[in-house]
Write a protein that binds this ligand. Structure first.
Ligand code: M6R
Length: 607
């Protein structure tokens, strides 16, 4: 979702900005633009619909000098269609100020009417143009004063970065709701970005802005007002040197991330499980399981919600903890019953999803105990939660989630086992699950070697337009996640159902052109699932089974994808990987833009 990149220093800004925007491409966008200012007080704007590459192509023939300050933006359309007119940066009427914005200004319509009454004319359909014109209206010679007035009028969410033609070494802006980081290097060049990862290799230190912060960088100095503290005293992090953007030999980042999952599991287990002594030991886990919670409420969206659905199964079955799961998009707008005996778990890869973040604020306002399962240290959800567990999946760069899901469900399994130990989980069961978990990373790595076989089945089914994804109990969330992967990557229609629900209506859709994928490992509802397979087959439907290697009913299926049988708690990991590869290969066969699916954003920072 929209990305912001800003620079002020001694180098020409144009390539720095386009390269910075390229680092933010993973967030999802549909157009991009940059605006730079030079010492002669000229603004130079370049915009393009489509990829950052198209913006770069436009810049290739442009030679600029002394444009050493600038702002850039990747836009994911919310207000107004995907056109260059609507693309950021947007400028004031006198073209003195330019701004980039991430978020949504909810009261922009009222503000626009007021400005129109004052004679302002608008060239775009965006809420962002309202922001820069309002700034112009409020400006009386002092940029920061005008910014403070502006932020007291506009209704969030926003991350805003401005430049001023009359102050060519100044970057200034504000943050409320949407993420923004500021970094600096030893050459005293300053960068502003939506994501600290885009600053790797460029800066030596960075600070994550807090909600309500207003900043101003000018002549090599940065001041963050609101709290009136100097940046230098506030510096938080030494930037990591991890290299995240290398494809190595993989054709897509998505495939690379799928292949990382064995190692991801090792990372999730490390420091939490001692496989030698068969114990779980971790300070955060110890603290959370000893607080006497009687219930759990899991809140998340998308893939993270699916992880929460499996988390619920683990917590109820292994820890005997009644658990509810809500999509965060609905939670905030329902009636919330918050109590002290419930543990509120927020699951988020990015830690920035606005729906989840806002839901968390509601729970905190009502004195609920919030716990994050998150993949990005320093993210908004991590900072707001009372306590958290990191999922250690490493940076998940591209849009469709894969390894983050695996890390989330592994974290839930550990959490449920830790609670289970305190709440009468049989020790033999505890030990048998831990024993099997130790084998899981190697098992996943072995399964990944069957990728070519999965591709053959994906090729065969690529012409079909509709799919059911079916499963029950532990396997229903796996079917839901598999179905989401197919939608995101292939743009094929798919629906996930409990296989038991099929006969209550959806069965009417079954015919020879509507295949079903059923996730049916070797556990309690195996026979019930077989009945569903029979129901589909007798209506002429095709069925692909995601089944264990010891399944004696393989011949029932039109096609099957096989994994090594293990425990109910761990088979779900293998099933997940199979469905990820199935969606990936089908998308590749169909020639889709796998790493950047259309219309989607990695980090959804608007409600
Ligand atoms: O960063 P989060 O986990 O909070 O994101 C929630 C969803 O937007 C996300 O899981 C989305 O569904 C995935 N990109 C799907 O692959």
């Amino acid at each position: 979702m929209c990305g912001i990149f800003g620079y002020t220093g001694k180098k020409e800004a144009m390539d720095i900005l386009t390269n910075g925007l390229a680092q933010l491409e993973y967030r999802g966008y549909d157009s991009a633009g940059i605006c730079m200012v030079n010492d002669d007080h000229n603004l130079y704007i370049i915009k393009a619909v489509g990829r950052v590459m198209e913006l770069k192509n436009k810049t290739n023939w442009i030679k600029l000098t002394w444009y050493t300050t600038g702002i850039g933006h990747t836009r994911w359309a919310t207000h107004g269609s995907v056109t260059e007119n609507n693309c950021h940066p947007h400028t004031s009427s006198d073209a003195r100020f330019a701004v980039v914005h991430n978020g949504i200004i909810e009261n922009h319509s009222e503000l626009k009417m007021i400005l129109e009454d004052q004679g302002y004319v608008f060239y775009s359909e965006t809420d962002t143009e309202v922001v820069v014109k309002l700034f112009e209206y409020l400006f009386n010679g002092d940029n920061l004063r005008a910014l403070r007035k502006l932020t007291s009028v506009i209704e969030w969410a926003y991350a805003l970065v401005f430049i001023d033609r009359e102050k060519p070494s100044m970057l200034f802006g504000a943050k409320l709701g949407s993420p923004l980081v500021i970094g600096k290097n030893k050459e005293n060049a300053w960068y502003v970005s939506s994501d600290y990862k885009s600053l790797i290799g460029l800066v030596d230190e960075y600070i994550t802005l807090e909600d309500g912060d207003i900043f101003c960088i000018e002549n090599g100095e940065c001041k963050i007002i609101n709290r009136w503290v100097e940046f230098i005293r506030d510096k938080e992090h030494i930037i990591e040197t991890e290299q995240i953007m290398e494809l190595w030999d993989f054709p897509h980042f998505m495939l690379k991330e799928i292949y990382e999952q064995g190692q991801v599991l090792r990372n999730v287990f490390a420091g939490r499980i001692d496989f030698k002594t068969k114990t779980i030991n971790n300070i955060t886990l110890n603290e959370v399981v000893t607080q006497g919670f009687e219930r759990v409420h899991i809140i998340a969206s998308g893939t993270s919600y699916h992880a929460g659905c499996l988390g619920r199964q683990y917590l109820e079955n292994l820890a005997n903890l009644p658990t509810e799961v809500s999509v965060s998009t609905e939670f905030k707008y329902g009636t919330q019953f918050i109590d002290k005996k419930t543990l509120y778990i927020f699951v988020s890869q990015s830690g920035e999803t606005a729906d989840s973040l806002e839901s968390m604020k509601v729970v905190k306002e009502k004195w609920g105990y919030t716990f994050g399962i998150i993949n990005v240290p320093g993210s908004s959800i991590a900072r707001l939660a009372h306590a958290w567990l990191f999922t250690h999946a490493g940076t998940e760069v591209w849009v469709a989630s894969s390894k983050a899901f695996t890390a989330q469900i592994a974290t839930f399994l550990i959490l449920a086992l830790a609670f289970g130990q305190k709440r009468n989980l049989e020790n033999t069961k505890f030990i048998s699950i831990l024993t099997d978990m130790e084998k899981l990373p190697a098992r996943i790595e072995k399964l990944l070697q069957t990728s070519d076989q999965i591709r053959l089945i994906a090729e065969k089914y690529a012409p079909y337009l509709n799919f059911f994804y079916l499963g029950r109990s532990y396997e229903l969330p796996i079917a839901m996640e598999g179905s989401l992967k197919l939608k995101e990557l292939t743009y094929r229609h798919s629906e996930a159902y409990s296989s038991g629900e099929l006969k209550h209506g959806p069965l009417a859709l079954i015919d020879a052109n509507f295949p079903s994928i059923i996730v049916n490992g070797s556990w309690p509802l195996y026979s019930k699932n077989l009945s569903s397979v029979q129901e589909i087959k007798s209506r002429g439907g095709k069925v692909i089974g995601v089944i264990a290697d010891n399944d004696v009913n393989k011949n029932l299926y039109d096609d099957f994808l096989i994994f090594e049988s293990s425990l109910r708690e761990t088979e779900v990991f293998s099933e997940t990987v199979i469905l990820q590869l199935f969606a990936y290969h089908m998308a590749d066969v169909l020639g889709r833009d796998i790493d950047k699916p259309r219309n989607l954003a990695k980090s959804v920072t608007v409600e």
